[in-house]
Design a protein around this ligand. Structure first.
Ligand SMILES: [Zn+2]
Length: 314
């Protein structure tokens, strides 16, 4: 396990306060596999959902659990933590009764690293017509637009008391929301440097197999922090203060996207060392420790904001 440090964003953004990380030699990791271009790995999504459960209101949490329990989708079990990776499993879910190939782009927003413009990245946020289910929306929507659409849809269903006819779509909306609020907080899901969100940048940190920058931020660093998602969630939840809650629950998915973008730019891209002759980047311990501190903070914020999002529309 690696200490996750302070959860003060200012300190982390400014690149201060990490002296206690430097010199911590990473434990051996035997990670295999290539980069996944989709999301936090499953651990990251489970951590976000577990933190959210810690901060949801009891009545809304019970409603969430009851709605999910009515689901019979074979891809995952039907509790809030198990469904957190459902939206990523869709693309490999052979035999799944519904295909969601049109949802592939819903997991990220390509904000240009050098000319950031969220509205442009989300194609001016075209509204979804009232008679279109959010789960059936067009494929070119960004993650921010989808969070807004699923939230609005759930809020409408709540107003009419979650009628039986609305429940299948409500369950889909919940499963997408639980996943996509997590994805929005994966910094490399909110930046584009013409490298597919860092998937084309080859990096290597001591004792870890080489992989893409995206995969390191999705999976490698989280597994290094703690390979047990329940334990990591508990540790992160425990240090969230009432002040953190008040601060993080403010804002909108659009603002959260720009925060993720700023984190990606200042913490994932800018501190990269010069590449070697093959264009590969050897990550220093200082880079890795700072990345893990930022990831811990992003997971905490994602959990708190997911709790608020679900409370508001349930
Ligand atoms: Zn995803």
């Amino acid at each position: 396990m690696t200490p996750v440090g302070t959860n003060t964003r200012w300190t982390n953004r400014a690149g201060l306060g990490f002296s206690h990380y430097i010199g911590m030699i990473p434990i051996l990791l035997c990670l295999v596999g290539s980069s996944a271009a989709w999301a936090w790995g499953e651990e990251g999504h489970e951590v976000v959902a577990a933190i959210a459960l810690d901060f949801m209101a009891p009545a809304q949490k019970a409603r969430l659990q009851a709605l999910l329990a009515s689901d019979d989708d074979p891809l995952t079990a039907h509790d809030p933590i198990s469904v957190a990776s459902w939206a990523d499993r869709l693309r490999t879910g052979s035999g799944h009764p519904v295909t969601f190939q049109h949802s592939r782009a819903w997991h990220f927003v390509d904000i240009d690293r050098h000319h950031p413009d969220l509205t442009q990245a989300c194609r001016d946020f075209p509204p979804l017509s009232r008679d279109t289910l959010a789960s059936a929306g067009p494929e070119e929507a960004c993650v921010v637009a989808k969070i807004e659409q699923f939230s609005a849809e759930l809020a409408r269903y709540r107003q009419s008391g979650f009628q039986p006819a609305d429940r299948p779509e409500a369950v889909l909306a919940l499963k997408f929301l639980i996943h996509l609020v997590g994805d929005l907080h994966q910094p490399l899901h909110a930046i584009d440097d013409h490298d597919h969100g860092g998937n084309e940048i080859r990096v290597k940190w001591d004792h870890v197999h080489a992989g893409s920058l995206h995969h390191y931020w999705d999976t490698v660093f989280i597994e290094h922090m703690d390979p047990d998602p329940a334990r990591l969630a508990q540790r992160l939840s425990a240090r969230i203060t009432p002040d953190n809650l008040r601060e993080w629950q403010r804002g909108t998915p659009r603002a959260w996207a720009m925060e993720s973008f700023a984190t990606a730019r200042s913490q994932a891209y800018d501190p990269l060392p010069p590449p070697d002759g093959k264009g590969h980047y050897a990550l220093t311990d200082a880079y890795a420790q700072q990345a893990m501190a930022m990831i811990a903070l992003q997971l905490e914020e994602a959990g708190v904001r997911l709790a608020k999002t679900l409370d508001d529309c349930l």
